[in-house]
Design a binder for this molecule. Structure first.
Ligand code: PLP
Length: 451
């Protein structure tokens, strides 16, 4: 099952000295620790990475939840190369190119019914800030300018823009900038309840009532001040929190009752990870906007998007037709190269049935995951589609240290997992085979057993 290493000479990275590692300030990384013992990836193909010194690493995280069709897809590389030769760049404002319209149409085809307009960005963070801005502007153009309040959720991750960290609910991402956060934001409680839901398979039984907190916030602030609620259907970065049964439906009902927009941040759940194209379809709840990125281009070229309900788009299409309707956009919105990558990616997803493949493998994945129950330190295993969260008992006084140690040991053994706090997350490329799943959980078992 292991693949031969692509036949390439060692990359220059293999020769990098400690001094040469210095200039790059790495994001969300313990820079000094990393630079003492760097983990340098040199190549990737299919389900595998290869390190600069030629070690093969099984990718149990689809890069960072983005390489849904597996690594090194030649169709995408060819489409990108062709695009660079044909039209490398065109102004994004007051100009268009065919790929932008084609990709928007393809995204709409796989989106929940009624979400039929697409605003392109370059990342998940930009998608979130764009969606929040559209929500505020939407109420304003409809004459409800008092709706300025945004509601997020504790433990939510919505990227690193000021909007995203304001509605986000992860303290280290907020505290440095606490006095500069978007004003008027409030938060729902998170839904993680180990006491009641540990070792749930799929959606946990307990916690739908937590959506009712939105009613409390409506009583506190009045609906006329609330623009939108944003949640991840499955919270990923905070450690894989699966929505309790009925929770998302209840949120939808409360939003509807009070004229509040519901935004699903599907930056990780989009493009097949749950077993449906979007988690919205999987859980049978249609939001007013979906933010996405990552899997849109198979992670090859930075790109994000906000998929918007017709009513929202239409609300802006008023006034003189020669007037710009939304003063927002990026130099690289709908970049031709990103669009080419996106179109090629969506074709692969369709041809290979990848947007629903997680459903076929979900039971196998779940059984393999829950087989780890009882191993030292494992206090919860939770799963949905091809997503796993495995929570470890923290070492007293050293939060995160235990899971980081497991992460390092897995990497040394040839397995890439993700670590956040004392939680390990896995979610492989959707081309994963049962044999890969066996290998992933086999390796993880050995590392956990060794303690
Ligand atoms: C739910 C969610 N929203 C937003 C983001 C931010 O995306 P990006 O890192 O592309 O800005 C992420 C990234 O992991 C995410 O998981």
């Amino acid at each position: 099952m292991s693949q031969p290493a692509p036949n390439v000479a060692p990359t220059p990275a293999a020769q990098l000295t400690r001094a040469e590692l210095e200039a790059y300030w790495m994001p969300f990384t313990a820079n000094r620790q990393f630079k003492e013992r760097p983990r340098i990836l040199a190549r990737a193909s299919g389900m595998y990475y290869w390190t600069h010194d030629g070690r093969q690493i099984l990718d149990a995280t689809a890069g960072m939840w983005c390489v849904n069709a597996g690594h090194g897809r030649p169709e995408i590389a060819e489409a990108v190369a062709r695009q660079l030769e044909t039209l490398d760049y065109g102004p994004a404002f007051q100009m268009g190119h065919p790929g932008a319209f084609e990709l928007a149409n393809e995204v709409v085809k796989i989106s929940p019914k009624g979400l039929d307009h697409v605003f392109f960005t370059n990342s998940g963070s930009e998608s979130v800030d764009t969606a929040l801005k559209i929500a505020l502007a939407y109420h304003r153009v409809r004459g409800e300018a008092t709706r300025t309040r945004l509601i997020g959720r504790e433990r939510g991750y919505h990227g690193v823009g000021f909007g995203g960290i304001s509605v986000g609910g992860i303290a280290p991402n907020r505290k440095m900038w606490s006095s500069s956060l978007v004003p008027g934001v409030d938060h729902l409680s998170h839904t993680h309840d180990l006491a009641k839901n540990a070792f749930s398979r799929g959606e946990p039984e307990h916690g739908a009532h937590l959506a009712d907190e939105l009613e409390r916030l409506v009583v506190l602030h009045d609906a006329s001040t609330i623009a939108a609620v944003i949640v991840e259907p499955i919270a990923g970065s905070t450690g894989v929190l699966i929505p309790p049964k009925g929770y998302l439906k209840r949120l939808r009902e409360i939003c509807d009752r009070h004229g509040i927009l519901l935004i699903f941040d599907e930056v990780i759940t989009g493009f097949g990870r749950t077993g449906s194209p979007f988690a919205a379809q999987e859980f049978g709840v249609t939001p007013d906007m979906i933010t996405c990125a990552k899997g849109l281009t198979n992670g090859c070229v930075p790109m994000g998007a906000v998929i918007v309900k017709k009513e929202i788009y239409d609300a802006f299409m008023q006034g003189p037709p020669n007037a710009i309707e939304l003063f927002h956009g990026y130099t690289y919105s709908a970049h031709p190269v990103a669009c080419a990558a996106g179109i090629a990616t969506l074709k692969i997803y369709e041809r290979e049935g990848l947007l629903t493949r997680a459903k076929e493998l979900a039971k196998y994945w779940e059984d393999a995951a829950h087989d780890l129950r009882g191993l030292p330190g494992v206090i919860d295993i939770r799963n949905y589609g091809l997503i796993l969260g495995l929570e470890l008992e923290p070492i007293p006084g050293k939060p995160g240290a235990r899971a980081f140690d497991v992460y390092l040991k897995c990497f040394e053994r040839g397995l890439l997992v993700r670590q956040t706090g004392d939680i390990l997350a896995m979610s492989p490329p959707l081309i994963v085979e049962k044999s890969h799943i066996d290998q992933m959980f086999g390796l993880l078992r050995e590392v956990l057993r060794a303690g």
